[in-house]
Every structure is written in structure tokens, then in C-alpha cells.
Design a protein around this ligand. Structure first.
Ligand code: ADP
Ligand code: ADP
Ligand code: ZN
Length: 218
């Protein structure tokens, strides 16, 4: 049983690494951003409420976010552990997660903090394309799909997220520094934080992450 958190600024590569880890470990990845986007595409009230914050690059309030994630991790496929991508993003969310896992006699086992400098983050976000169907992540320059506009994995259509505009990108990075970066201290203090150099090729980052997880599990 292993519960893993991927921490890092927007564009650091959390989603990309979560996809690979999910395939490697056979655990589900739970991305709060993906859950909000799924809720929005189903036009639920939660999705529509979240959209007003996402469009501005602000965090969705903790109460809404925690409730949604709690519901997701109570499902059967999450019983053996979860790869958390983009959650928690505030200290209040981290405390809530400790409580949720505690009730299941689990705990956060490791927090991988993927580190990337701001100018690289912006280049990554600017070139990000995502599959509308399966959520696979591509980059126009760094990780292009084989046939332009078509997902390699499922043949779905690629799109650019509406919150990947230059203004929103800047704001999201600011929000990370103000509201999410304090989590680095929160988890470092508990001896759970491992820093990973995110400015390497995707495979090299994955290698470092798998190594770090291997040490915790053995
Ligand atoms: P990125 O991959 O660029 O970091 P995400 O898909 O994780 O973006 O998140 C997109 C948006 O969804 C965020 O800007 C925020 O509005 C909202 N969101 C996602 N996760 C959370 C969270 N844990 N707490 C609050 N808001 C969140
Ligand atoms: P996050 O979930 O942290 O916001 P993503 O996984 O969505 O980050 O990655 C942001 C963009 O950067 C995507 O276009 C992705 O293809 C690209 N990317 C991810 N990891 C790397 C890497 N190690 N080197 C170059 N580009 C990367
Ligand atoms: Zn796809």
C-alpha cells in the first residue's frame, strides 16, 4: 500500500509523471484538475462553480476540493493506494488529506517535489496540448504527438486548455508560490519530502521518482 503525492508548480510535469507512474505501479492517479474538468464537461454544479476559479487561475475553495477528492478516493480502485497529482495545494487540504487517509489506516508515504524554474514552466505551459478523450499530455516542442492534433494513445482530439493563457499561467505560478509552496515545509518537517530535478528529460525524471519510491517501499 503506498500513497504518493506529486507536488510542483503548474507545468512542472506532475500529470506527465503521474501517467507513467500509474502504468508502472498499477495504482490510480487522482488529479483534482482532471476531476474538475470532468465535472465541468458533465455540466454539474460543482464543475460550473469550479470553472469560475479555474478561468482566473485561482484555487477552487478547499471545502469543494476536499469533498470531491474524498469521494474519489473512497472508491474501490483506490484501496491499495493513490498517486495524487495537483492535490493537496494548501495546508488546509494537506491536513484534510491526513485525516481522510488516517480513517482508512493509511498515511502519506512520500511527497515528490518536482522542481522547475519559472521560465521553463512558462514554456512548458505555452506548448501543452491535452487529449480531450483520455487526458494524455503532449508538448508541441518537447513531446510532440506522432500525427499533429491526434492522441497517440487513443486517437482522440488534442486541445489547449482554456486556462493556459499567458495571464492565467502567470497567476497560477504566483498562486503556487503563495499558497502551495508552504506544503514543501509541511512535508519536509514530517520527513516525507523528496526533491526531484524536473528540468531533465521525462524519462530521467521518472527514473529519479521510481528510485525514491523504491527506497520508501523497501
Ligand atoms: P496544472 O496542471 O497546470 O497545475 P491543474 O489541472 O492541476 O493545473 O489545475 C487546474 C486548475 O484547477 C487550477 O488552476 C485550480 O483552479 C483548480 N485546481 C486543481 N486542483 C486544485 C486543488 N487541489 N485546490 C484548488 N484548486 C485546484
Ligand atoms: P503539470 O501537471 O505539473 O502542470 P504537465 O505534466 O501537464 O505538468 O506538463 C506540462 C507540459 O510540459 C506538457 O506539455 C508536457 O508535455 C511538458 N513536459 C512535462 N515534463 C517534461 C519534461 N521533463 N521535459 C520537457 N517537457 C515536459
Ligand atoms: Zn487520448
Amino acid at each position: 500500500m503506498v500513497d504518493i503525492i506529486l507536488l510542483g508548480a503548474p507545468g512542472a510535469g506532475k500529470g506527465t509523471q503521474a501517467e507513467l507512474l500509474r502504468d508502472g505501479l498499477g495504482l490510480p492517479s487522482v488529479s483534482s484538475g482532471d476531476l474538475f474538468r470532468a465535472a465541468l464537461s458533465e455540466r454539474t454544479s460543482l464543475g460550473l462553480r469550479a470553472k469560475t476559479y479555474m478561468d482566473k487561475g485561482e484555487l477552487v475553495p478547499d471545502e469543494i476540493t476536499v469533498g470531491m477528492v474524498a469521494e474519489r478516493i473512497s472508491q474501490a480502485d483506490c484501496a491499495a493506494g493513490v498517486i495524487f497529482d495537483g492535490f493537496p495545494r494548501t495546508v488546509a487540504q494537506a491536513e484534510a488529506l491526513d485525516g481522510l487517509l488516517g480513517k482508512m489506516r493509511r498515511r502519506v508515504d512520500i511527497v515528490l517535489c518536482i522542481q522547475v524554474l519559472e521560465d521553463v514552466l512558462l514554456r512548458r505551459l505555452a506548448g501543452r496540448w491535452t487529449c480531450r478523450n483520455c487526458g494524455a499530455i503532449y508538448h508541441r516542442e518537447f513531446n510532440p504527438e506522432k500525427v499533429q492534433g491526434v492522441c497517440d494513445a487513443c486517437g482522440g482530439e488534442l486541445y489547449q486548455r482554456p486556462d493556459d493563457t499567458p495571464e492565467t499561467q502567470q497567476r497560477r505560478i504566483q498562486v503556487y508560490l503563495q499558497q502551495t509552496a508552504p506544503l514543501e515545509e509541511y512535508y519536509r518537517g514530517r520527513g516525507l519530502l523528496v526533491e526531484v530535478n524536473g528540468e531533465q528529460a521525462v524519462d530521467a525524471v521518472q527514473h529519479d521518482i521510481v528510485d525514491a519510491i523504491g527506497i520508501v517501499r523497501s
